[in-house]
Design a protein around this ligand. Structure first.
Ligand SMILES: C[S@@+](CC[C@H](N)C(=O)[O-])C[C@H]1O[C@@H](n2cnc3c(N)ncnc32)[C@H](O)[C@@H]1O
Length: 379
């Protein structure tokens, strides 16, 4: 094949698999009667993953509609390496790779409950010097032709680039993770489950002070000395400030900022058509920015080291379990079922099991599923 560059240096390397005793585990891997096994698993209380061995499309077509709550997966890169038993990723043309992936993702959409979520981690590839743009090509296919709704494009910053011998381009250190849903409203999302705990306000000399030092004293002075506010605007602003401090003391918000006409740099567009805050500032002379009392939500750039730089006894290309944490906590209900149709060594399933969730893993390679079993058993 003609792939003269690879994009990630620490990208999947499914090598050097220790084989000791793996055959003993093989009985727990299902290679036929997928539907019956799935239904039995659904009705069982175990959270040990169900492992299905075979081609993802063939297996998925055997499973019922709308039975899965959450999917997270990382398909093979296009043209990067041959996994055991071939599988997807070895197509000569990237368009065929995208077509094959989209057949699988159509099955995922059928199986996903209406309120479910699909998280896709996809790497890119260089071909004849050009970065192909595989991740976004797949997104466009899914959004344009399968009616998926893309809610987030997360940048996974791997923090450490690996070996890179190229002399005419930058090193690559990120991958994409996309969050798709089936319906615009009513999909399961527990934002509180992923908020970082807010730093606490405290009482200093009898007055409430936020974790970032807001006590209202400076705002009060600015209002009183303002030449941009009328007297009645000053009165309104001072009493609104008092209310805000009282709300902070009562624990209804963790922190706030006050934007006062002529004082602070506004954090909105000046165009009133675009910004209600610009209107508020013109009409009232001030507005507040309130911090959520339960803490802030994560942003869409995640700094997470790849698994091979974390202590694992063997490296099999997996994404790290940390990568599954936010998706699982935010978008999988506590009694939900997780699916990874390219489960490899089972990282998604391990993360699910940690959270007490049921999960199903599919892989064309029996050996990787045996490793998944071994990892789950060692939990
Ligand atoms: C990038 S790896 C997944 C790594 C995984 N996230 C982990 O934690 O180990 C992709 C996996 O897809 C599997 N695969 C490739 N083609 C497949 C197909 N048609 N059906 C099912 N699995 C397939 C490969 O065997 C490989 O294990």
């Amino acid at each position: 094949m003609n792939y003269n560059e690879t994009i990630t240096m620490d990208s999947p390397i499914m090598g050097s698999i220790p084989t000791q005793n793996l055959h003993k585990l093989s009985d727990e891997i299902i290679s036929e009667n997928f539907r019956q096994s799935f239904v039995a698993y659904q009705n069982n209380i175990t959270t040990k993953p169900l492992l299905l061995n075979g081609d993802a499309v063939t297996i998925l077509r055997n499973l019922p509609n709308e039975c899965i709550d959450f999917v997270m997966t990382s398909p093979p890169y296009w043209g990067k390496r041959e996994y055991e038993n071939g599988g997807i990723g070895m197509e000569k043309d990237y368009r065929d790779f995208i077509k094959n992936l989209s057949i699988i993702f159509a099955e995922i959409k059928r199986m996903l409950k209406p309120e479910g979520s699909f998280w896709l981690n996809l790497g890119d590839t260089y071909n004849a010097k050009g970065l192909v743009g595989i991740p976004w090509r797949v997104v466009f296919e899914l959004v344009d032709n399968q009616d998926w709704i893309l809610r987030n494009s997360v940048i996974w910053n791997k923090l450490k680039g690996g070996m890179d011998n190229s002399k005419d381009r930058l090193g690559n250190v990120h991958e994409n993770i996309f969050h798709f849903v089936k319906q615009a409203k009513g999909y399961f999302y527990d934002a509180d489950a992923i908020r970082s705990k807010p730093r606490e306000s405290k009482i200093v000399n009898g007055a409430i002070v936020s974790a970032t030092g807001v006590s209202g004293v400076r705002y009060k002075r600015q209002i009183e000395l303002s030449t941009a506010l009328s007297d009645s605007e000053k009165t309104t602003a001072l009493s609104a400030l008092q209310e805000m401090l009282a709300a902070m003391e009562a624990g209804e918000l963790s922190d706030f900022r006050m934007i006062i006409r002529g004082q602070q740099r506004a954090t909105h567009s000046d165009k009133e058509k675009v910004s209600g805050r610009a209107k508020e500032l013109r009409e009232k002379g001030f507005y507040f920015l309130k911090y959520h009392p339960k803490g802030s939500k994560p942003f869409d750039v995640w700094d997470i080291l790849p698994e091979d730089t974390q202590r694992r006894e063997a490296h099999f290309a997996p994404y790290p379990t940390d990568l599954c944490q936010i998706p699982l906590l935010a978008t999988c209900p506590k009694d939900g079922i997780v699916l990874d149709p390219f489960c490899g060594t089972g990282t998604t399933l391990i993360a699910a099991q940690h959270l007490g969730l049921k999960s199903i893993g599919i892989d064309i390679s029996r050996r990787y599923l045996e490793l998944t079993l071994r990892r789950c058993d060692s939990l």
